[in-house]
Design a protein around this ligand. Structure first.
Ligand code: SER
Length: 891
């Protein structure tokens, strides 16, 4: 069996031996193309080379390209899992000629590779060629002849097909041309070429396309526009790696090859089910999960995280489909990230970004699943249990507003609702959904639901015409510039009068377009009598800087020349904060470990924020260590250096950051103290410029993601000053010195705790009623005078005194002797109160003296009131009882 890895490399080596340059895969996230969301074919990164807009130092290239087909002209999403061949993500092997060789060599190379390297059986192969069609081009008789000449095949193996089959276009616009395809037959026995065209069986038996050779001759510049000839006839071929692996590995389905089967198996293991390779729903679900895990891993590795617009939404759509299939399989816990992890095991060597971001991919995938699972069950119930539209015998259609509610409230992408609807035997009112969505968009203009496509087109057109904005702001804060375009509400305008607001694109500018977390700049544009405030600067399309402006005086005209100058203070603060963010990232990795991966950041003129992957909050010591490390680096005051170098050199130096592979690109490597990071932002000159660095907060943002907010320079100082101000206020309230505030608060809190306990105890005592609080029933009569002795535990001297007086008044004429152990239990307290009219016979001082003697103490007082203490509380009862003996004795 030949592994996919071997096929990939033997393909590239073969074409290298034919003079081709092996070019690494470009990102699937298209960099410079408004017409495509994702790279959908091997030729996409070479689009401008075909049209002659870009020149490279080679005319022959070969690549293994990451591709996504889930929207637009080439969309395979609906079929994923339900056929043996469809994927949202796949790898395409290709060879390309840019005005170099043409049909003969292309066909000869393909055949040589098939025969000598893959050793494919010619009797299982047919070739298709373009039969010619109005609006395209004439019949490709040359290719038909070449196949016969070069392969020696029978004429019936060359089959003519129409434009739908054999005229290839990248999208609605772009390079295109007639193509010729090699189709292969999988199954038992030798196939009859006349059976070509019959549908393959769902399990993969039958004819399927293996390799497409496109003869690029035209460019369609406008949608439905005419085909214009390319500068030179060229070649673009594409062969799905997964398909050729099927043939080489002797299996029927793409899902059984070495790149996919282990992911399917992982889904099976987690669900506790066995994968049977059939068209049963469980098997379909496992295949969908495997495919979608590949797509999600690749997109996350390129910095796309699930969200609500564009690519972010596409990723969410696919991830949620997979998660729901897992739910269908009965998987109760988040599992999708475990499947993504398997993807990395299988493809990490070919696409190192996957390996570098392993932890991040797991975190993001898991986070998305945790979020979606919160609403998944509720959403499914809403779908299934709604009887309004699910009545027997009626057209079963889910109303658009319910589909929209599922989208808004439960996070169900529309296509997911449709998939489930189909399974349950009903349809979804799509126009109704669109209407509800449009209404919501109107209600929240400018919110996440607004798509910016129209606006983008204006900017793409400007870029197409004038090229990228020259950014001068690494060095300059001021420059002359020319106004290339003025835009209001997504449309170009000629001028902006006083008080008008809009956007301006200049040929060059010191203003930085918001990117990589660094916010835009502020400043002013001046021309003639006009003064224009710049409120912010954005990057609506890669390389094009747009200034958000308000004309405060005069008129700004398209084509005008002007002077553009930055708000120095704001930019300096941004520089400080940006450099500090790098140091913070570095310090976190030092303190927590290399598992810390950046998940986002915001660098503005007044704050900085850094989000990173971590499962636990920082401890107090870690926080301190991070803050110390950054401040130490600041104090070293080393020069901050920027170097432009190749991606490989940057990687070799150990730089971290998001690596966007783009042909011929030099990357900017920022060295700040010990931090080495790729970055396009603006930075301080020396670490000392940052000034004081202080962490404002550390918090959890989402599952597996923590956020640190921090301040630098004078902002850090004013934060600390604010904290100090609060401390001083607290000290004043407590009437203490600031450094004793804590001690005082501790004491106050302790006193409060004691009081609470005491209140609790008293309440209990009051509730239990009787004895302790009102012992008056125990009083005995001695010749008309009530004599009472009682112990009241837990009562202090003051309360004891009050109770004695109360009881005396209540029982008057009376003699009351009360005792209690002191709170610490070490002493006995005694109090005696005698009604005035009884003092002739009974004297408080005498009574207390006798009783105190019993508890090992002494004391005395007036005839009507006396108190004393003793050292032996255990004798309290005896001492109290003595009052009766005394009364008896007095007669
Ligand atoms: N662009 C063609 C395809 O994608 C050949 O590479 O099929």
């Amino acid at each position: 069996m030949t592994s996919s890895r071997e096929i990939r490399s033997s393909f590239l080596r073969f074409f290298e031996s034919k003079g081709h340059t092996a070019v690494p895969s470009a990102a699937v996230v298209t960099q410079n193309d408004p017409t495509l969301m994702f790279t959908n074919a091997g030729m996409v990164p070479f689009k401008d080379v075909f049209t002659g807009k870009e020149n490279r130092d080679y005319t022959r290239a070969t690549s293994a390209q990451k591709c996504i087909r889930m929207s637009g002209k080439h969309n395979d999403l609906e079929n994923v899992g339900r056929t043996a061949r469809h994927h949202t993500f796949f790898e395409m092997l290709g060879n390309f000629s840019f005005g170099d060789y043409f049909k003969r060599d292309a066909i000869a190379f393909a055949w040589e590779f098939f025969q000598d390297h893959l050793k494919l059986d010619p009797e299982r192969i047919v070739f298709t060629v373009f039969e010619g069609e109005d609006g395209y081009c004439e019949e490709d008789t040359e290719s038909a002849k070449l196949w016969q000449d070069i392969t020696g095949c029978e004429p019936e193996r060359v089959i003519r097909c129409n434009a739908k089959e054999n005229f290839w276009q990248m999208g609605a616009t772009g390079p295109c041309g007639p193509c010729t395809e090699i189709h292969y037959y999988l199954g038992d026995g030798k196939p009859d070429p006349r059976t070509f065209g019959e549908e393959p069986s769902p399990d993969g038996r039958g004819w399927f396309e293996l390799w497409n050779l496109v003869f690029m001759q035209f460019n369609r510049e406008k949608e439905n526009g005419p085909l214009l000839p390319l500068p030179a006839p060229s070649v673009d071929t594409g062969m799905g790696l997964e398909r050729i692996a099927v043939v080489q590995q002797g299996v029927l389905s793409n899902y059984d090859i070495d790149l996919l089967s282990p992911i399917v198996q992982r889904a099976a293991e987690i669900s506790g089910k066995t994968y049977g390779g059939t068209m049963q729903e469980d098997d379909v679900s496992m295949r969908v999960i495997a495919d979608h895990a590949r797509l999600a891993s690749i997109l996350i590795s390129e910095g796309v995280f699930p969200g609500n617009s564009k690519r972010e939404y596409e990723l969410r759509r696919v991830a949620r489909r997979a998660i729901r299939h897992g739910y269908r399989l009965g998987i109760e816990e988040p599992f999708f990230h475990l499947c993504c992890d398997k993807v990395i095991d299988l493809m990490g060597d070919a696409y190192p970004q996957l390996e570098e971001r392993r932890a991040l991919i797991a975190d993001i995938a898991q986070d998305e699943e945790v979020r979606f699972r919160r609403t998944l069950k509720g959403g499914l119930d809403r779908l299934r249990k709604n009887t309004e539209w699910n009545k027997e015998g009626e057209t079963k259609e889910l109303p658009g507003d319910i589909a929209f509610d599922l989208y808004e409230t439960y996070g169900f992408p529309l296509d997911l609702t449709e998939v489930i609807a189909e399974e349950e035997g009903f349809t979804v009112d799509r126009p109704g959904f669109d209407e509800a969505l449009a209404k919501a968009k109107q209600a929240s203009a400018g919110s996440k639901l607004n798509d910016a496509t129209e606006t983008e087109r204006v900017y793409y057109a400007l870029k197409e015409e004038h090229g990228e904005t020259r950014f001068l702001g690494y060095d300059a804060e001021e420059s002359d510039a020319k106004v290339l375009g003025l835009i209001v509400d997504g449309a170009a305008v000629d001028s902006l009068g006083a008080n008008a607001e809009g956007w301006a694109v200049l040929d060059q500018t010191p203003f930085y377009g918001e990117k990589g977390g660094q916010t835009g700049d502020r400043g002013v544009l001046r021309t003639g009598g006009a003064r224009i405030e710049v409120l912010d600067t954005q990057l609506p399309v890669e390389g094009l800087i747009a200034h958000q402006i308000r004309v405060s005086e005069g008129t700004l005209k398209a084509g005008a020349t002007l002077n553009a100058s930055l708000d120095h203070g704001w930019r300096s603060a941004i520089r400080r904060n940006h450099s500090a963010t790098h140091l913070l990232h570095w310090a976190l990795r030092e303190v927590v470990g290399a598992t810390v991966a950046q998940k986002g950041s915001l660098v503005s003129g007044d704050r900085l924020r850094f989000d990173y992957s971590a499962t636990k909050p920082l401890t107090a010591e870690q926080l301190k260590a991070v803050e110390d490390k950054v401040n130490e680096a600041v104090l070293k005051n080393t020069a901050i250096s920027t170097e432009e170098q190749s991606m490989d050199a940057a990687k070799a130096r150990g730089a971290i950051g998001i690596f966007e592979e783009k042909y011929g690109d030099e990357v900017r490597v920022l060295e700040i103290g010990e931090s080495l990071e790729l970055c396009g932002g603006t930075h301080a000159h020396r670490t000392g410029d940052i000034g004081l660095f202080t962490i404002l907060s550390e918090s959890g943002l989402a599952a597996g993601v923590r956020r640190i907010e921090a301040a630098t320079g004078l902002d850090a100082l004013s934060h600390l000053r604010e904290v100090r101000g609060e401390l001083e206020k607290a000290a004043a309230t407590l009437k203490s010195a600031p450094n004793e505030v804590n001690l005082r608060i501790e004491k106050a809190l302790q006193a409060q705790r004691d009081l609470s306990k005491e209140i609790e105890r008293l309440q209990k005592e009051m509730l239990s009623g009787g004895d302790a609080s009102d012992p008056s029933e125990a009083a005995k009569d001695f010749g008309g005078v009530k004599v009472l002795g009682a112990v009241l535990p837990g009562v202090d001297t003051k309360v004891l005194r009050e109770r004695a007086d109360q009881l005396r008044d209540k029982l008057a004429p009376a003699v009351i002797l009360l005792g209690a152990p002191s709170r610490d239990g070490k002493k006995a307290l005694l109090v005696c109160s005698v009604s005035k009219e009884a003092t002739k016979r009974f004297r408080a001082g005498d009574i207390v003296k006798r009783a105190a003697g019993i508890v090992g103490g002494g004391g005395g007082g007036r005839p009507d009131f006396a108190q004393a203490g003793g050292s032996d509380p255990s004798k309290l009862d005896d001492a109290i009882q003595d009052v009766y003996a005394y009364a008896e004795a007095q007669g």
